[in-house]
Design a protein around this ligand. Structure first.
Ligand code: DGL
Length: 270
């Protein structure tokens, strides 16, 4: 099984991209998802706590049969990728580096904007990686970042096209627009739900990068070249969706975000 985890159920945006791929290529890989709904959000927490939670989340998936781990959460990817790679014996994928690579590949005027949680932006990981990839591509790229902490609760409340949300998006984008970005990375699981509202506030030429799509493409490429692992991913059981706290709200949000009803199962973290 492909293990995917997130601080909550925002990572279902990554699941959706996996489903699109499976449908298109008629694949029967199985997903095992864990959303840490009891401890969400992670985006305003400190490094040590994020690393500890991330390791517990990933171990839960491995104990239940995950052969690779996909970190769907931008915050965990930004803070805990190396920590997980050093502490786990299965391949670990994350959303930050493929998104940074994509942005470097498509920027036309070498000005990339990032919107993310406080922890993601404070980590400076996007700035670091983009400059690293840019140097390899003999480009000099400016990186302009802003943390957009209010967008997660607004998306969870279903406030997508309200005047309040639009005003807040405008405010978060204003320094990035002033910096004349031509590419914007939506560096948080929740932001793709606001894509229309974000696009409406940007110049039409600005290209958006969705890390959820980029990580799926990376996993696809990896499996093409690693048949021993690939063969372990087909599973007789169904996709499974685990959460650490199960409420009606979580159940309803999950169905709304994935566009189909799924059975969420409550599990206890050790
Ligand atoms: N999943 C988180 C991310 O992508 C957003 C929610 C949170 O702060 O935990 O950064």
């Amino acid at each position: 099984m492909i293990g995917i985890f997130d601080s909550g159920i925002g990572g279902l945006t990554v699941v959706k991209k996996f489903f699109d791929w499976f449908d298109k290529d008629n694949l029967s890989y199985r997903l095992l998802y864990f959303g840490d709904t009891a401890r969400t959000p992670y985006g305003n927490r400190g490094e040590e706590v994020i690393k500890q939670y991330a390791l517990e989340d990933a171990k839960l998936l491995i104990e239940r049969g995950a052969k690779i781990i996909v970190i769907a959460c931008n915050t965990v990817s930004a803070i805990a990728t190396d920590y997980l790679k050093n502490n786990l014996s299965v391949p670990v994928f994350e959303v930050v580096s493929p998104a940074a690579q994509k942005a470097v590949a498509i920027t036309r005027h070498n000005r990339i904007g990032i919107l993310g949680t406080r922890a993601t932006i404070n980590s400076k990981i996007y700035d670091h990686l983009i400059k690293q990839y840019a140097a390899k591509a003999h480009k000099k790229i400016g990186v302009f970042e802003n943390s957009a902490s209010l967008l997660v609760p607004l998306v969870e409340e279903g406030w997508l096209d309200t005047p309040e949300t639009k005003r807040i998006i405008k405010k978060y984008l204003s320094p990035l627009k002033a910096a004349q970005i031509d590419t914007l990375i939506l560096a948080c699981t929740h932001y793709p739900f606001l894509i229309k509202e974000i696009e409406a506030k940007l110049n039409k030429q600005v290209k958006l990068v969705d890390p959820a799509l980029e990580v799926v493409l990376q996993v696809k490429e990896f499996l093409k070249n690693n048949s021993a692992i690939e063969q372990q991913l087909n599973h007789k059981s169904k996709h499974q969706f685990l959460v650490s706290d199960l409420t009606n709200r979580v159940q309803n949000l999950a169905a709304r975000w994935l566009g189909e009803k799924i059975k969420l199962e409550k599990v206890n973290l050790k």
